[in-house]
Design a protein around this ligand. Structure first.
Ligand code: PLP
Length: 369
């Protein structure tokens, strides 16, 4: 029996006690032999988690820095941003803020990006890179990454930059098999670590293109991370305590196994979906695009999502509110990281009880005369 989890934010997610304790180890210097040994030991395990034979690089940053760094490092001018929610929209904003000639292909919130849409956009214009958010945490949509990667390769020579922030560790991400160029993820979601580190990969093709891009910045230069990494260390002082936690958590993740972890997340998604269907809670994400790590749900009309979130919090259950324009109409259950079926059962029972209470309270309020 694991630790009971009552924390279902779609990131940061619940961190196991033993992982939190690991980060309390005494500090060592980041250029010391001890740190270099620890750093080197991460590589083989990270490669198994990210399914790549290539380098897995580490930034002491939240994911947004690496979203920006990916664009700054690999794109001279033209980039296509595939947009289906708040975080993919952010990548478009980031691209424009970096002075790139950024186009977007946008689908309504709740829908996913299809390979056909990508093909059509790539036939209209040539781009140096395409950005895709694999799992849109704002809407609970997961996009068909393998198929989109295939479409990008067949239609163009564009690089594919992929945000797997809320999918890595909870859904299949096959970096080498799907031939992905830059893949990035923060560690605070399905990898179940405290926030503050981002992982990323850089294909040889992406590194070659980056070498021809002038002014890649310093802390945003992905080639500089790779060069430092190949020398045996990080680019600058890393969050050493988080590296301790990563060291511990990687062992836990690999002991479970990637396939088993993906299967557990898929079961959690089905569990939430079966419960929702029986209660009149609608998925905000279209059928066929529902995420295994986050369910974004619309309660029945007589239940206000923010009131439900508050009622759950009062009982010690934390879920995510709706994001942006969907704040009033949806709430989000992050069933990611270390969450188990029995944890989700407890949450779903608490939602049932909270809905009852909200309905009783509404019925007790006298209506207009
Ligand atoms: N991309 C996705 C899909 C996210 O869910 C988030 C954060 O929730 C981000 C990017 C931004 O991550 P960060 O806040 O770590 O910069």
């Amino acid at each position: 029996m694991g630790e009971p989890i009552r924390f279902f934010l779609p990131g940061p997610s619940y961190v196991l006690e033993q992982v939190r304790q690991a980060s309390a180890r005494p500090l060592i210097g980041h250029r010391s032999a001890a740190f270099r040994e620890l750093y080197a030991s991460l590589g083989p395990r990270l490669r198994r988690v990210l399914r790549t034979e290539g380098d897995v690089l580490l930034a002491t940053a939240s994911s947004t820095l690496v979203m920006e760094a990916a664009v700054v490092s690999t794109v001279r001018s033209s980039v296509l941003n595939l947009v289906c929610g708040a975080f993919s929209e952010r990548w478009h904003e980031v691209s424009k803020a970096c002075g790139k000639d950024a186009d977007s292909v946008t689908v309504p919130w709740g829908e996913g990006v299809t390979p056909d849409l990508v093909r059509r956009a790539l036939r209209r214009k040539r781009y140096e890179a395409v950005t895709l958010v694999h799992n849109e945490t704002s809407t609970g949509v997961i996009n068909p990454l393998a198929e989109i990667a295939g479409a990008v390769r067949e239609e163009s020579d564009a690089l594919l930059l992929v945000d797997t922030v809320s999918s890595l560790g909870g859904a299949p991400v096959e970096i080498d098999r799907w031939d992905l160029d830059v893949v990035l993820a923060g560690v605070q979601k399905a990898l179940a670590l405290p926030p503050g580190l981002a992982l990323f990969t850089l294909s040889d093709r992406a590194a070659g293109r980056a070498a021809a891009v002038p002014y890649r910045g310093f802390y945003t230069d992905l080639l500089r991370y790779r060069e430092k990494h190949r020398g045996g260390g990080p680019i600058a002082t890393p969050a050493i305590t988080l590296v301790y936690a990563l060291d511990r958590q990687l062992d836990g993740i690999l002991a479970e196994g990637m396939e088993a972890r993906w299967a557990r997340h898929a079961r959690l998604q089905s569990q939430a979906a079966a419960w929702a269907a029986g209660r009149g809670f609608a998925h905000a994400a279209a059928a066929g695009f529902r995420s295994p790590t986050v369910s974004c749900l619309k309660p029945p009309l007589d239940v206000a999502a923010p009131a439900l979130v508050a009622r759950l919090a009062a009982q010690g259950f934390v879920v995510g509110g709706g994001y942006g324009d969907w704040k009033a109409s949806t709430f989000r259950i992050g069933h990611m990281g270390e969450v188990r079926e029995e944890d989700l059962d407890a949450l779903l029972a608490a939602i049932d009880a909270s809905v009852e209470e909200l309905r009783r309270a509404a019925a007790a309020v006298p209506g207009p005369a």
